[in-house]
Design a protein around this ligand. Structure first.
Ligand SMILES: Nc1ncnc2c1ncn2[C@@H]1O[C@H](COP(=O)(O)OP(=O)(O)O)[C@@H](O)[C@H]1O
Ligand SMILES: Cc1ncsc1CCOP(=O)(O)O
Ligand SMILES: [Mg+2]
Length: 274
């Protein structure tokens, strides 16, 4: 099967998954940080999904089982919200974790590790976050660093170990995105550097991953790789008209909304690395 996974196969897969999001409009519950609530909700609606921000513990038993996917992000973690995160992650729906600044405090790292045990389908973080999580989740790991001066090859090895120990697909975002289930490694190389100058683009891209998983839960590795490539492609198209971060966000959103088959199939850059 892997031998058939050519660039053309990935291009068709990316278009099929974006089309599934548009057709099924998956309901994505987000328990997320206060910075990205609006930003990533708009990315979801532009892509065709249906976002809902609910974080009250008493609402979760009624609401979460009806969702297609759950998104949990610890960016502005509080003790009050952690029980809701636990409950939503345990509700039997496919869910994704964004371990924002995982190493910022002991409480945050412990919370991320506790959530990791609840079997997210996908964890997506930047290089520093994945290195930190891998180091803390495996006492025998040699990956102790948390700063982004680590090269992506080192993060890749840490991501593979973390995927094997957690059972989650691990996505490391950056100039080149890596996605692994602990065995296969996929790269997605769309995107522009200016995306780092817009706050919460990481939160937005994992929201898109949640929508892809919700629309088609059959393969979280494919969902993560295709969502990252499509978000990056929207960034590339947006950059053609942008003057800076603010107009890039506007044009990226317009591009995400307007992506057609020809643009997706000729524009996504996804490859099997290993
Ligand atoms: N230098 C870069 N070149 C191209 N795309 C990038 C670059 N840096 C980040 N991206 C893209 O921006 C999005 C957010 O990734 P990242 O900046 O790693 O997340 P975070 O905001 O959580 O730190 C991803 O889609 C990623 O592919
Ligand atoms: C700035 C900030 N502070 C707490 S959460 C947050 C947003 C983080 O967004 P991203 O991980 O996409 O950079
Ligand atoms: Mg982030």
């Amino acid at each position: 099967m892997d031998d058939e996974r050519t660039e053309a196969w990935w291009a068709r897969r990316a278009w099929a998954l974006l089309s599934a999001v548009r057709e099924r409009s998956p309901l994505v519950q987000r328990i997320t940080n206060l910075v990205s609530m609006d930003i990533a909700a708009n990315a979801l609606t532009a892509a065709g999904a249906s976002p809902a921000m609910l974080h009250c513990l008493r609402e979760i038993p009624d609401f979460t089982p009806r969702c297609d996917a759950v998104y949990i992000n610890v960016g502005t973690l509080s003790e009050d919200w952690l029980p809701s995160m636990r409950a939503a992650a345990s509700a039997g729906r496919p869910w994704v974790l964004d371990p924002v600044a995982a190493a910022a405090s002991g409480f945050r790292m412990e919370s991320c590790l506790e959530l990791l045990v609840l079997r997210p389908a996908v964890v997506r973080g930047n290089t520093s976050e994945i290195l930190a999580l891998a180091a803390s989740s495996d006492s025998s790991s040699s990956f102790k660093g948390v700063d982004s001066s680590h090269d992506s090859g080192e993060a890749l090895q840490a991501a593979k170990v973390l995927a094997q120990s957690s059972g989650a697909v691990i996505a490391v975002s950056g100039a080149l995105d890596f996605i692994t289930d602990g065995e296969q490694v996929i790269s997605a190389s769309n995107g522009v550097a200016m995306m780092q100058k817009i706050t919460a683009t990481g939160c937005a891209v994992i929201a898109l991953i949640a929508a892809f998983v919700g629309a088609d839960p059959s393969d979280a590795l494919d969902a993560a790789a295709c969502a990252l490539a499509i978000f990056g492609l929207a960034g590339e198209i947006g950059m053609e008209s942008a003057k800076g971060p603010a107009s890039l966000w506007m044009h990226l959103m317009d591009a995400l909304y307007g992506l057609d088959e020809q643009t997706v199939t000729s524009g996504v850059k996804i490859a099997l690395v290993l």
